[in-house]
Design a protein around this ligand. Sequence first.
Ligand code: ACO
Length: 373
Amino acid sequence: MTATRGLEGVVATTSSVSSIIDDTLTYVGYDIDDLTENASFEEIIYLLWHLRLPNKTELAELKKQLAKEAAVPQEIIEHFKSYPLNNVHPPMAALRTAISLLGLTDSEADVMNPEANYRKAIRLQAKVPGIVAAFSRIRKGLDPVEPKEEYGIAENFLYTLNGEDPSPIEVEAFNKALILHADHELNASTFTARVCVATLSDIYSGITAAIGALKGPLHGGANEAVMKMLTEIGEVENAEPYIRSKMEKKEKVMGFGHRVYKHGDPRAKHLKEMSKRLTNLTGESKWYDMSIRVEEIVTSEKKLPPNVDFYSASVYHSLGIDHDLFTPIFAVSRMSGWIAHILEQYDNNRLIRPRAEYTGPDKQTFVPIDERA
Ligand code: ACO
């Protein structure tokens, strides 16, 4: 038995949800470029969960179901209120805990038939934006804001976060960002979710595990790390010495590289364009200019193109979102993909249990504790 480091190139399951073939990302066979330009995030949720696009009636019904379940349960509000104010608790840890709490208080959590699992899927997707927004407000000493029934997820998230109506361009940008992050084949957090529920554990456990995996800086946590890096760079002229020094120290430049894409992440160009528009609008184009300079250096020196996390950082910053909420926002979107994969796993389940190549000592002789040095 020989291990494949990081499971690179290992095909661990079949899936009809999304594919990456020749550096093209599709959801159920639809090119991400088409979906980003033309669809709403709710249409994408339907597509990922039903493996087809909805008609108008089906989309309206999904929106109604999501709106009905959008309120954040009082247990979660009270739990967040029990934390000290300000930035003491990291929002990804708060979100991971809140989803686990949601499972604890759902009487259907362990009811495993497809209808109950679909109801839980709606609850999770409907509540996650409000949970992130409520956490953000409560830690600042503000009251959570009730979502508006007539708003979609993108508009409602920005509204419940800031307590004021977002502009159309902000909603458009956020809707696109949600679509671009919705699913991504067998990425680390989705694999985590599938491994968890393949034991026939419940959907809340699968999502809680997935959030834990997304949190890491090699995965979803990279977008926050990118903004930290841009803030440290500060001005365009500092970009070159900063990046060169990083490369000399053999440190990774966050937001670059990818296990699967070798010639570029197809999602990055959409976020790059949005970053240009939004930073222009806010009068802070330095974030875009700095990002461009960093990209030039890293692609020419390391031949590494930017991934989804690189330009999403300046997009979210331009939307006025706190930097430590970037990864929770990734989770708001990826919830749709995690759920699609969990439902697919339940539908054709087999325990996921690979092997390990043993590299430890062999044929040891047991020495009783009293005789050990
Ligand atoms: N900066 C500098 N060098 C890099 C980077 C980077 N961002 N990414 C890869 N490399 C180099 C590595 O140092 C390594 O070089 P070596 O062979 O000389 O040692 C080589 O490229 C291969 O890198 P690995 O880390 O082995 O590649 P892997 O496929 O395991 O990792 C990953 C992919 C985790 C995305 C990696 O490129 C990385 O750490 N990037 C930065 C973090 C990041 O942006 N993560 C978000 C990914 S997208 C997402 O999850 C949403």
